[in-house]
Design a protein around this ligand. Sequence first.
Ligand code: NZQ
Ligand code: ZN
Length: 384
Amino acid sequence: MIQFRLCNPTEIVFGAGQISTLSKLVAPGTRVLLLYGGGSIKRNGTYDKVMAALRDCDVTEFAGIEVNPVYETIMKAAAVVREKGVELILGVGGGSVVDAAKFLATVAPLDVDDAWDYLLAGGRVATVLPVGAILTLPATGSESNPVSVISNHGKRLKLPFAEERARPRFAILDPDTMASLDTRQLQNGVVDAFTHVVEQYLTLPVNAPVQYGFSEVLMRTLVEWGPRLVERNDAEARETVMWAANQALNGLIGAGVPQDWSTHMIGHAITALYDIDHARTLSMVMPSLLRFRNAAKEAMLQRYARNVWDITESDPRAAGEEAIRRTEDFFQRMGCPVRLSDVAPIKIDPAEIVEHLERADQKALGEGRDIGLADVRAILHMAA
Ligand code: NZQ
Ligand code: ZN
């Protein structure tokens, strides 16, 4: 195992009806910024539950956080945070809102001209405001991890930022909030969570039977329960997928193992330039990326084939290829594209993606930092 440190302080409050516990998690009188998106929380009743639980707090609202949250909008929220002397940022929604809440908590106290450039240059961050999350869409794991993926419209970039102190102090996961999710968002959530496991598991093998074993349980769970969630959206499927998606990216399975994340960086570029849903950019890239990397990933692909897909083929290459084929088939069953051409009439130009990666300083990807820009171009041509 690689040496690691792990500290996940997010208190998870899980289960139906748990939004009311907010009144105990936030002290009366706290100045709260309630951050949310395009209004789904008003339509499904979550907003009313949150406001009822916060009746003894001093609440300011900031609505309109976009899907793939936008830097320029978050900077408007930062001005509100400063003006009102906000003490807690509460993100209520999916990964976009929770990511925005964490980034806002980091940038609002900063007194700099351009927080984006400042953070990318490694500028010191003295204070980060406390964050709370109420999750309504399981997918990203954002509710208990330190990452915010932010889009800068001015620069046409989508980049991840990590700030340990922005990990939510608490995250309420009430599976009932998922009842109003449409099929596309349910599909996206399952596929995104599945790829998070793959990016931490299908790399170079180290001695990590605990992490790999748990990863396999998470993948098998998503393969079994994802389709059920999409077909029935029943209470058991909701709670199962909500918990699996959280565990897929809360730091546990990634501790002590090499991590890849090349599919994600390519996917972020596709979203930045073509505005395609996050999960769908991953499903259209990952199968080709795994095929391109089948030699480097051979040992773990073989294990994946056996332990996730029950493939008994003894030839490692053939087993790996069959496992990739099953992965592709799973993405398709979840209604997601597996080739760039599946999103026609949108025409994705590999040169533009490569240029985004170059501007993002993501020129050496993969678990061995050995996927260069020429390799990305080749992967995207394979995925055409
Ligand atoms: O904006 P509202 O009105 O709330 O509607 C949202 C949005 O339109 C809607 N929605 C959310 N909960 C709902 C609901 N509609 C009905 N009922 C509910 N209960 O769903 C739409 C998508 O929401 P969004 O938050 O954008 O989806 P998701 O959770 O998939 O988040 C995607 C973002 O997370 C980033 C992605 O890049 C993307 O920007 N990621 C964050 C990661 C992290 N922090 O670790 C890792 C991921 O790999 C990912 O990159
Ligand atoms: Zn993702």
